[in-house]
Design a protein around this ligand. Structure first.
Ligand code: AMP
Length: 405
C-alpha cells in the first residue's frame, strides 16, 4: 500500500511516501521510498524544492506566486523523471495530513470530508499559520488525485480528552464557552513515543504512567495515563509552558499588560516578542539553537549560561507539575532534537527526580541512544530516548483507516 504523508509547516512542506504491505503493519518504522521538501523561505518569491528518491537527489528553485502549483510540481516527481517511484499517481492509496489544530472535536485521526475541511478552516483563527497551509495541501491533492482517501491527523487529538480541570484556564466561564482553553500540541509525537515505550518495555500502555518530553525548537511535555494525555504544558496555543528556542513559554500575563501600558506594545509586537524573540534566543542573545548556545557557554558567554539555567529550571518545574497530575511515574521519555541529542539536558532534568529512585545510566545517556532505555537496571523509573517518527505515526493511522473503509 502506497501512503503519502504531507506535513505542512509555516515555512516548509515536508512530504514522504511509504510503501508497506496491505495486510500487516511492519514491526519497525520503514524508511520512506520518496521524500520531498519545499522550503518556502528560500528567497522572496522563490521556493526551493528538494526530492530524495530512487538514489537521486533533486534540487530546484521554483518561482511562485501561489503555493498549490509548487506542491503539485513536487508531487509529480513521484511518477515522473529521475526520482520516479510509482508508475501512475493512481497507485497512491491514501494521503495523510498532519493538521496542527482540530480543537476538541477530533480526538482521533479522521477521514477528510467537507465537514472536516470546514472545521480546519474554522480553527484558522487559532492556528493562523498552519491550518491554511494544511488546507492548501488538501486542495492540491484533491486537484491532482481526485477522490483519493485523505486523512487528517490532528496534533491536538491526543489531548482532546484531557480532564476539564487540566484544560480549562481559571479566567471567566465565558472563556470556556468561547473555546478559550488548553488544547495541547505535539500530540502525534507524544502518542507515538508512549506507544513505542510500551513496546520497548514489553508492557501494556494502559498500565503505564508516563511523562513524554518533546524537546525540539518547540517543546512540550505530556502526562500520560491509560494511553491518553491527561495533562500537557502547551495550551491555547503552542506558546504556553516550557521555555523554547525562540518562544517564552508561560510568563506572568501582567508583564504583557505592563508592556502595553508603559511601552506602547500592540498585539503584533507582543506576538513577535513572545513567539520569535524570546526563549533561548531572547535570553542568550546568541541563537534559538541549543548547540550554538552551548558553544557560547564554552566560550564563556554568561547570558548563554543563564539561558541554559533557565531552560533547565523551567523543564524541571513543568516535569514536576506533570508528575503531580499522574501521582506515579513508570517512565520518563525524551524525544525530538534536544530530547534525543542533548545528554546534558537529559541528565540535568533527571537529577531533580532522583528522590523518586530514578537512576540514569551515565554511560548509556552519553552514548547516542535511540529507542533505548538509559536508566540503570535498578532504577524505579525507567528513562528512555525515543526517536519520534511523526510521519510514520500518520502513515500508520492512514493504513488503519483505509483498512476500516
Ligand atoms: P526539532 O525541532 O525537533 O528539529 O529540534 C531542533 C533543535 O534540536 C535545534 O534547534 C537544536 O537546538 C536541537 N538539537 C539538535 N541536535 C542537537 C545536538 N546534537 N545537541 C543539542 N541540541 C541539538
Amino acid at each position: 500500500m502506497k501512503i503519502l504523508v504531507l506535513n505542512a509547516g509555516s515555512s516548509s512542506q515536508k512530504s514522504c511516501l511509504y510503501d508497506i504491505p496491505d495486510d500487516r503493519l511492519p514491526d519497525h518504522p520503514p524508511k520512506p521510498i520518496w521524500e520531498g521538501l519545499i522550503d518556502w523561505t528560500h528567497q522572496a518569491g522563490v521556493a526551493e524544492v528538494k526530492v530524495e528518491a530512487a538514489e537521486t537527489l533533486l534540487k530546484q528553485q521554483v518561482p511562485f506566486s501561489s503555493r498549490i502549483p509548487v506542491i503539485e510540481q513536487l508531487l509529480a516527481t513521484l511518477w515522473n523523471g529521475s526520482t520516479q517511484v510509482i508508475a501512475d499517481r493512481a497507485e497512491i492509496h491514501v494521503v495523510g495530513h498532519r493538521v496542527v489544530h482540530g480543537g476538541r472535536k477530533y480526538h482521533e485521526s479522521t477521514p477528510i470530508t467537507p465537514e472536516v475541511k470546514e472545521a480546519i478552516e474554522q480553527f484558522i483563527e487559532l492556528a493562523p499559520v498552519h491550518n491554511p497551509a494544511h488546507l492548501e495541501g488538501i486542495n492540491a491533492i484533491e486537484h491532482i488525485l481526485g477522490s483519493v482517501l485523505q486523512v487528517a491527523v490532528f496534533d491536538t487529538a491526543f489531548h482532546a480528552q484531557m480532564p476539564d480541570a487540566a484544560s480549562i484556564y481559571p479566567g471567566t466561564y465565558e472563556w470556556v464557552e468561547k473555546g478559550i482553553r488548553r488544547y495541547g500540541f505535539h500530540g502525534t509525537s507524544h502518542q507515538y513515543c508512549a506507544e513505542r515505550t510500551a513496546e520497548l518495555l514489553g508492557e501494556n500502555l494502559n498500565d503505564l504512567k508516563l511523562i513524554t518530553c518533546h524537546l525540539g525548537n518547540g517543546a512540550s511535555l505530556a502526562a500520560i495515563c491509560n494511553g491518553r494525555s491527561i495533562d500537557t504544558t502547551m495550551g491555547f496555543t503552542p506558546l504556553d509552558g516550557l521555555m523554547m528556542g525562540s518562544r517564552s513559554g508561560s510568563v506572568d500575563p501582567s508583564i504583557l499588560i505592563h508592556l502595553i501600558r508603559h511601552e506602547g506594545y500592540d498585539a503584533d509586537r507582543l506576538d513577535h516578542l513572545l513567539n520569535s524573540a524570546s526563549g533561548l534566543l531572547g535570553i542568550s542573545g546568541v541563537s534559538n539553537d541549543l548547540r550554538q548556545v552551548m558553544s557560547a557557554i564554552d566560550a564563556g558567554n554568561p547570558r548563554a549560561k543563564l539561558a541554559l539555567d533557565l531552560y533547565i529550571h523551567r523543564l524541571r518545574s513543568c516535569m514536576g507539575s506533570m508528575l503531580a497530575s499522574l501521582g506515579r511515574l513508570d517512565a520518563l521519555i525524551f524525544t525530538a532534537g534536544i530530547g534525543e541529542n542533548a545528554s546534558n539536558i537529559r541528565a540535568a532534568a533527571c537529577e531533580a527526580f532522583e528522590f523518586l529512585g530514578l537512576k540514569l545510566d551515565a554511560e548509556k545517556n552519553a552514548g547516542r541512544p535511540r529507542d533505548q532505555i538509559i536508566s540503570t537496571s535498578d532504577s524505579k523509573v525507567k528513562v528512555l530516548v525515543i526517536h519520534t517518527q511523526e510521519d510514520w505515526a500518520i502513515a500508520r493511522d492512514c493504513w488503519k483507516l483505509s483498512r476500516k473503509g
